[in-house]
Design a protein around this ligand. Structure first.
Ligand code: C5P
Length: 220
């Protein structure tokens, strides 16, 4: 439904997109799409099936057999709650690998667009503004330095009871940035019509306030 407003929030991993997007969605009473979770579920499914993440046809055939469901705060893979499992660091890398395949991205397109429902949607990912919702009313490119992002991811993982090392996370984040920006299919990019918000020196509350201010300033 084209008339339903979409706020697209793209940016590199651990830039705070998820936290900011969820808060903005809650404040506006909008739906929320965590598109990264979709790629993570596919990555997890391929790893669990012992498949080859680099093989597009193999990933696609696994994707076509699984059942994905978002239920409130839970993410379900074939009916089982995988909300925590998809956040583990090896699955971040797996998500980034499956996301490099054009046919995999295409297969996930409609599922993402189905989240566009009244009264509106806040969508977070890498290609929300460029590919999935090019007619979004507000496009944000949310970023932060790689160091700040590694530190945030570290705190997030430790908080969830995972083991983590900042040095390893920083290296992984740089690798993922490179893979996400250099891939041929829907690379991570700041669209010409997106507003960049650098959160390196902003608190979560300040980042949310910045996005809300940009939304409120839109012409009605
Ligand atoms: O946002 P998140 O870190 O959960 O995304 C995990 C991975 O999924 C990213 O590194 C990226 O490779 C992939 N992804 C993507 N397109 C999106 C969202 C995520 O390719 N729209």
């Amino acid at each position: 439904m084209k008339s339903t407003p979409v706020i697209a929030i793209d940016g590199p991993s651990a830039s705070g997109k998820g936290t900011v997007a969820q808060a903005v969605a809650a404040e506006l009473g909008f739906h929320y799409l965590d598109s990264g979770a979709l790629y993570r579920i596919v990555g997890l499914a391929v790893v669990r099936a012992g498949g080859n993440l680099e093989n597009e046809s193999e990933v696609l055939s696994i994707l076509l057999k699984i059942h994905i469901k978002f239920e409130q705060a839970q993410v379900l893979l074939n009916g089982a709650d995988v909300s925590d499992a998809i956040r583990a660091e090896p699955i971040s890398a797996a998500a980034s690998k499956v996301g490099a395949h054009a046919r995999v991205r295409h297969a996930l397109l409609q599922c993402q667009r189905d989240f566009r429902q009244q009264p509106g949607l806040v969508a977070d990912g890498r290609d929300m503004a460029s590919v999935v919702f090019p007619d979004a009313i507000l496009k944000i490119y949310l970023t932060a330095s790689a160091e700040a992002r590694a530190e945030r991811r570290y705190k997030q993982l430790i908080g969830k009871g995972f083991n983590a090392s900042i040095a390893a996370l920083l290296q992984e984040i740089r690798l993922r940035d490179q893979r996400d920006s250099e891939r041929a299919a829907a690379p991570l990019q700041k669209c010409a019509d997106a507003v960049e918000v650098d959160t390196t020196h902003l608190s979560v509350a300040q980042s949310i306030a910045r996005v809300m201010a940009l939304y409120r300033a839109l012409p009605r």
